[in-house]
Design a protein around this ligand. Structure first.
Ligand code: UDP
Length: 510
């Protein structure tokens, strides 16, 4: 059985579709102008994207659109996903992921290195016959990092490592991760990070910054009318249908934790109230770094104070808002996320915390698992959930970028995040495009800010408008791809007759 999966990408939209949107037209024109210089240099070559999962998480979210846009520009692009039958590989890569974020035990032994090499070697050998000389290899994140050094020594390739994670400080954990990665970094011509703070010293001078982007026309972000929003929620089992529905329910329905924390079909429980109540939502992978527990605790504090007229500023409407408010904690069906072994554990912790909530608070918390069997249905549910939210929270302790933030901002939903994590503060200017708290673990600060945001409708509208504009200017896929095109144009390996770094500097095997 092969480990490597060649992902089929079907274009949902052409660049002309993006250009037809007035807000996106300038960005498409800029992209096409830059790309017209790159296309001849890439004639006969393919850009290979290599990642570790085809579903769940930011990388899987972005690659289909990027590949479709590249193809539309006249550039050959393909996507492969590495695989392993050894579960320990994903335990190790999750550990490495956490270390890059400065969390976890810094100990990594020779066994870990051997496992990392063995799995990547097996995948590299499956990828080798697909590659042609001078192809471009773009490797995403640490999981497949060694692949370039394993291939570029025997096939001339232009190699870029795209690291989507990072931390803006150094500690024993980050040092352990970067020491572990060191032997494989040299094979790359260039590296790309989401923020300059993430570039490790050993890559200085050969790394660039490209902000990720969202696809404004994807099922996840496309405009939904009121009808479509209600329909998507009802088809997914997230809201009771207020009348007969045009389309059939989704094949896989959302599930939701019952009082005991056990997941049951969401539609069998009391309606969440997405269509009428003030809704605070966080949608993320089940990852400890996403700050789920402090958010749950902050919302519990909000509910406890919701009878206090002073907390509501003596405003009866605000008092009513706080009383009606509900929290939605939503994430993927964990069985579907191949590279996230910690997910089950975090989900277990959350279930236990949920089951222990005072019953009156638990009623106001919807703990939701979204099926991942259909990318399109999942995206529609996320889209509708974000649109049904009064506030979207992304309480991550660490966040490489945080696509969920840009997604909500694009929909004019005000986002509450924190300035500790570099990704959120790159996107949100506090008090302009949303709100940033100082500390995601500070339950009091989080609770107070949620209360203040719920209480200020004018400010919410202002933040939402500004947020959408900011995403339009900086964080849409066309802008992201234009930066990629500019980078590729600068890479020496793409100039006619140039040789890649690996060819020039054959190094001993690590
Ligand atoms: N996501 C999703 N379904 C879920 C949970 C998350 O589609 O149940 C998506 C989310 O909308 C976003 C991506 O997964 O597009 C997460 O990317 P982000 O950069 O926020 O975090 P990462 O998972 O890469 O750490």
């Amino acid at each position: 059985m092969s480990l490597l999966q060649h992902v089929v990408v079907e274009a949902r939209h052409s660049l002309a579709d993006y250009a037809a949107e007035a807000r996106l037209a300038p960005s498409v024109q800029e992209l096409e102008a830059e790309a017209s210089r790159l296309v001849p240099l890439l004639a006969g070559r393919t850009i290979w994207m290599v990642s570790s999962t085809a579903v769940g998480g930011g990388v899987a979210e972005m690659l289909p659109t990027q590949i479709a846009m590249l193809r539309d520009l006249g550039i050959r692009a393909e996507w492969v996903v590495i695989g392993s039958e050894e579960e320990e590989f994903f335990v190790l890569t999750k550990h490495l992921h956490n270390l890059v974020h400065g969390v976890g035990t810094p100990a990594l032994d020779a066994g870990a290195r051997a496992l990392f090499e063995r799995v990547n070697h097996a995948n590299a050998e499956e990828l080798r016959p697909l590659l042609a000389p001078n192809d471009v290899l773009v490797v995403h994140d640490p999981q497949p990092l060694p692949i370039a050094s394993m291939l570029a020594r025997s096939i001339p390739l232009v190699t870029v490592w795209r690291c989507h994670i990072g931390l803006d400080e150094e500690n024993a954990a980050t040092r352990a991760a970067w020491d572990f990665f060191a032997p494989w970094l040299d094979a790359y011509d260039h590296a790309v990070f989401s923020a300059s703070e993430y570039i490790p010293p050993r890559l200085a001078g050969r790394a660039s910054v490209i902000a990720p982007g969202i696809d404004p026309l994807s099922e996840k972000n496309a405009e939904l009318s009121l009808h479509e929003t209600v329909e998507a929620l009802a088809r997914g089992g997230l809201a009771a249908a207020p009348g007969p529905l045009l389309r059939a329910p989704f094949a896989a329905q959302a599930s939701r934790a019952g009082d005991d924390g056990v997941f049951v079909p969401a539609a069998t429980l009391e309606d969440i109230g997405l269509l009428t109540r003030p809704i605070v939502t966080q949608i993320s992978r089940w990852d400890r770094l996403k700050g789920w527990l402090p958010l749950l605790n902050a919302f519990t504090a909000l509910k406890r104070s919701s009878t206090d007229v002073a907390v509501a500023g003596n405003d009866p409407l605000q008092l009513r808002r706080l009383q009606l408010a509900r929290l939605v904690l939503a994430g993927p069906d964990p069985g579907a996320v191949a590279d996230d072994p910690e997910g089950l554990e975090v989900l277990g912790e959350l279930r236990a915390a949920y089951a222990k909530l005072p019953p009156a608070v638990r009623r106001d918390v919807a703990f939701v698992a979204l099926p991942m069997t259909s990318r399109e249905e999942n995206a529609l549910m996320v889209n509708a959930l974000q649109r049904a939210s009064t506030i979207v929270v992304q309480n991550s302790r660490r966040e490489g970028f945080g696509l969920t933030i840009a997604e909500a901002m694009w929909k004019r939903v005000p986002v509450l995040s924190n300035s500790r994590a570099c990704g959120p503060r790159q996107q949100i200017r506090d008090g302009i495009d949303g709100r940033l708290i100082a500390d995601p673990e500070d339950v009091h600060e989080l609770c107070e800010t949620m209360v203040a945001m719920l209480g200020d409708q004018d400010a919410r509208e202002r933040w939402g408008r500004s947020a959408q504009r900011r995403v339009q200017d900086r964080f849409v896929d066309t802008a992201q791809l234009r930066h990629w095109v500019q980078l590729l144009l600068r890479l020496p390996g793409l100039a006619p007759g140039a040789r890649s770094r690996a060819e020039k500097e054959i190094r001993p095997a690590p």
